[in-house]
Design a protein around this ligand. Sequence first.
Ligand code: ADP
Ligand code: 5GP
Length: 192
Amino acid sequence: MKTGRIIVIVAPSGTGKSTLIEKLQRDRPNIRWSVSCTTRPKREGEVDSEDYFFITKEEFIRRKDNNEFIEWALVHSNYYGTLKSTIDESVENGQVVLLDLDVQGCDSVKKLYGADAQIIFIEPPSIEVLEKRLRDRGTETNAVIEERLNNARSELKRSKDYDYRVVNDEFERAYKELKRVVDEIILEEKNV
Ligand code: ADP
Ligand code: 5GP
């Protein structure tokens, strides 16, 4: 059986992960993007079924009880989960699949897939810069920003626990490094 490779990107909220991934999706169209389910409200500009499958809490719990997720987590008071069907399909087709998860999701995926899942931690230059990016983005209330900053402080303690680490300081520099790491993971997969 052909096997695919799983690339997971993790970063505290506001680091710039979505911006980096968006660019990567354009430059590496062969990488499959895993669309997660979430119960959080849709942000302006987000598209249902492209950014997330936006579902109700009841629907999320029904799917969780139906074992439709390979992992799920409560992040910043909302549920998020990765669909088993997406990952199974990618692995069977020998495709590289990219997941955007929090640290709990990373730990679950690593446990399930071991070295077949390579995890890249994206770090902000500092907590102060992270706060500024979150505030300037203007998509969350003050209370939500505070919650995300608190979570960021504990997530940052995990930055060295994964396979790769990229600091998102200057965007173009960080993007180049991220792309190099992703290409390295893909190349390793081809050489197996
Ligand atoms: P995340 O997905 O990690 O929560 P976003 O991609 O939404 O974060 O980025 C948070 C904010 O920071 C956005 O307004 C984005 O334009 C900005 N941003 C991203 N990367 C950088 C960078 N390297 N330098 C300055 N601002 C950045
Ligand atoms: P946001 O609400 O900013 O889009 O995402 C909040 C956090 O949830 C981010 O750290 C993101 O990586 C994480 N996340 C998104 N989808 C999933 C998922 O399917 N599972 C897990 N565990 N975390 C997710």
